[in-house]
Design a protein around this ligand. Structure first.
Ligand code: PMP
Ligand code: GLN
Length: 388
């Protein structure tokens, strides 16, 4: 694990704490989830739900996840054999990759990718094979030929994150079809990271890869309560997959953490069953926050890509006369009192993302307003330069 160092989120949040800057770096909301869900967790603790729960998860949460997949997407999973609870999506992804890939295997990832993917693939001993998402007509997408060319006889898994962090892309049915066709053709397993499954904007719709023809049997779907219910600190996630894959995931997970905090599982089960309306309000409010942040970033001189989902906006810094997002992210707290994340850390080919920084908009309106006012008030670069 030499070379992985400290995560960018920890680094940038520490920088925000040190400097007192507004933290639009790490993606976490500055408000909590639905009150009745919080009460359910408190009540569970007070009523004695404080010992080891079953390793695969409490029956209430496994049933609620199965019901959610059926209600929302028409997917049927047996809660006893095909649903499995993990310490956030992070552990769900790690246990899936460790279970299903190893030395000699290759794992395809779309870059920029969420930082834990690279580390987890390294832990598994497999090799990551990145396929780059590039801006095209205002959104980030991949070239299907490039994706096809990344597949070879060693390819075992493809990791798919939609809605996508950090670009905000929500894969279309056509994009998912291109992925599914390769999975079917080459007998690949897809691991999908769907933590932003509810957080889509305008007319973008989240389509789980498992709903495509022939994909339920070869897809391991990962999600969590953190983003959907604004409780990123609860680290309560789940995996849905065919029973054989779940058994493999369970074999790994039982020795990583054995089980997941019991009270939060009950609260997440409650929320999945009863807080749909609250989540819809959250989605609408995030869409408005997205627009608010974009207007402010554009006024401050950035070029932005309007995300179709997630918490994040990718901002191009070249119109400010700047070229390196890492330099800007390190200088920004001191210069402007704002923290952002340099997107290049999510790439194997940093030059593809050198000129992007990521801003999070899962914050109170007044916090977003203050941040963009600060950004507009200082001179961040050397003036406009030709965008290459
Ligand atoms: N995947 C993506 C794409 C994320 O942005 C995050 C951060 N929340 C995670 C996984 C981790 O989710 P969790 O906190 O549930 O482990
Ligand atoms: N998912 C959050 C982000 O992308 C942060 C997660 C973390 O800190 N590891 O900003």
């Amino acid at each position: 694990m030499r070379g992985f160092g400290t995560t960018i989120f920890a680094e940038m949040t520490a920088l925000a704490a040190e400097t007192g800057a507004i933290n639009l770096g790490q993606g976490f909301p500055d408000t909590s989830g639905p009150a009745a869900m919080l009460d359910t967790a408190v009540e569970a603790i007070r009523s004695g739900v404080n010992q080891y729960p079953p390793g695969p998860g409490v029956p209430e949460l496994r049933a609620a996840v199965a019901a959610q997949r059926l209600r929302r997407h028409g997917l049927t999973y047996d809660p006893a054999a095909e649903v499995f609870v993990t310490v956030g999506a992070t552990e769900g992804i790690a246990a899936s990759v460790l279970a299903l890939a190893g030395p000699g295997d290759e794992v395809i990832v779309f870059e920029p990718y969420y930082d834990s993917y690279a580390a987890t693939i390294a832990l598994s001993g497999a090799v990551r094979r990145p396929v780059t998402l590039r801006p095209e007509q205002g959104r980030f997408t991949f070239d299907p030929d490039e994706l096809r060319a990344a597949v070879n006889p060693r390819t075992r898994l493809i990791l798919v994150n939609s809605p996508h962090n950090p670009t905000g892309t929500v894969f279309t049915r056509a994009e998912l079809e291109a992925i599914a066709a390769l999975c079917r053709e080459h007998d690949l397993i897809a691991v999908t990271d769907e933590v932003y499954e509810y957080l889509t904007f305008d007319d973008a719709a989240h389509i789980p890869l498992a709903t495509l023809d022939g994909m339920r049997e070869r897809t391991v779907t990962v999600s969590s309560a953190g983003k959907t219910f604004s409780v990123t600190g609860w680290k309560t996630g789940w995996v849905t997959a065919p029973a054989a894959h779940i058994r493999a995931v369970q074999t790994v997970k039982q020795f990583l953490t054995f089980a997941v905090s019991a009270p939060y599982q009950l609260a997440a089960a409650y929320a999945l069953e009863h807080e749909g309306a609250w989540v819809e309000e959250l989605r609408k409010s995030l869409q408005a926050k997205r627009d608010r942040l974009i207007v402010g970033l554009e006024a401050a001189g950035f070029t932005t890509y309007r995300p179709q989902g997630t918490y994040f906006v990718q901002a191009d810094i070249r119109p400010l006369g700047l070229a390196d997002g890492m330099d800007l992210a390190r200088a920004l707290p001191g210069k402007a009192g704002v923290v952002a994340v340099p997107s290049q850390v999510f790439y194997d080919h940093p030059q593809a993302g050198a000129h992007f920084v990521r801003f999070a908009f899962c914050k109170k309106d007044e916090v977003i307003d203050e941040a963009v006012e600060r950004l507009a008030a200082v001179s961040l670069g050397g003036g406009p330069q030709t965008v290459v």
